[in-house]
Design a protein around this ligand. Structure first.
Ligand code: CTP
Ligand code: CA
Length: 226
């Protein structure tokens, strides 16, 4: 009774979403990672599925797993694994959303055995991971849409717009770091969304489900493609 029927604007569309943290192994028992919960990615996946899309969610370990039957989950651990999975799914995706918090660096060598405690200090050499969004941004076809995220602590707007351009995004969602009720573990978020044409919108602090719906609305308003 009174069941709310969301619009079905994404029926027949294939959506690819990265979400959650990546884990970069140091040895068999240790890794480098971050605090990403995957809640924002899960909310976006749910929103698209609610609107009739076929959703492929490439998900880092420990991230929130949405339950919607329209979502196929592809579990990955490292940035390299995430890159390989996303690359294989990308050619047929209409819209790709890069919501994952990908580790920028990974240990150069993964120790085969647990590293034993030794001297008073230790150093782990790190090497840069592949930039998934940048790399696939170069492959993007005229009929594909890419949406990115940015989390900045200074010069937020400048850095977000720089990433929009550099990574060939159609939209970038800038997460607010300044507001309580926003960020990695929170159920709410406050964002600014910048479009490639120079326009932008600001949200209030909202549940991540509502932020997701706002992002979908912005995607629908993009000039071309879908
Ligand atoms: N991203 C990605 N692969 C990476 C790093 C980032 O796909 N190896 C994506 C993120 O999912 C996000 C966007 O790129 O959509 C911006 O991520 P961010 O970490 O803010 O940008 P970086 O280019 O890594 O810059 P920095 O961390 O130095 O600010
Ligand atoms: Ca980064």
């Amino acid at each position: 009774l009174g069941h709310f029927q969301p619009s079905q604007d994404f029926v027949g569309k294939k959506i690819l979403i990265t979400s959650g943290p990546t884990q970069e192994a140091i040895d068999p028992v240790r890794y480098i990672s971050n605090h990403s919960s995957g809640k924002m990615g899960a909310a976006i996946a749910d929103s698209f599925a609610d609107q009739g899309a076929e959703v492929h969610l490439v998900l880092g370990k420990g991230a929130v797993r949405p339950q919607h039957p329209g979502i196929t989950i592809h579990s990955v651990v490292s940035a390299q694994e995430m890159y390989e999975k996303v690359s294989s799914l990308h050619p047929s995706a209409d819209i790709t959303v890069f919501a994952a918090a990908v580790a920028d660096y990974a240990p150069k060598n993964i120790a085969e055995e647990k590293i034993k405690k030794a001297g008073d200090a230790m150093t782990i050499e790190l090497v840069k991971n592949v930039d998934i969004a940048f790399s696939l941004g170069k492959e993007k076809k005229w009929n594909q849409i890419h949406v990115g995220f940015a989390l900045e602590t200074e010069n937020e707007e400048f850095h977000a717009k720089e990433k929009l351009e550099k990574k060939n995004f159609d939209l970038i969602v800038l997460n607010s770091m300044r507001d309580s009720g926003a960020g990695f573990q929170s159920d709410t978020n406050k964002v600014r969304i910048f479009s490639g044409d120079g326009s932008s919108i600001n949200s209030e602090v909202l549940p991540k489900s509502e932020i997701a719906q706002l992002i979908l609305k912005c995607i629908k308003q993009l000039p071309v493609k879908i």
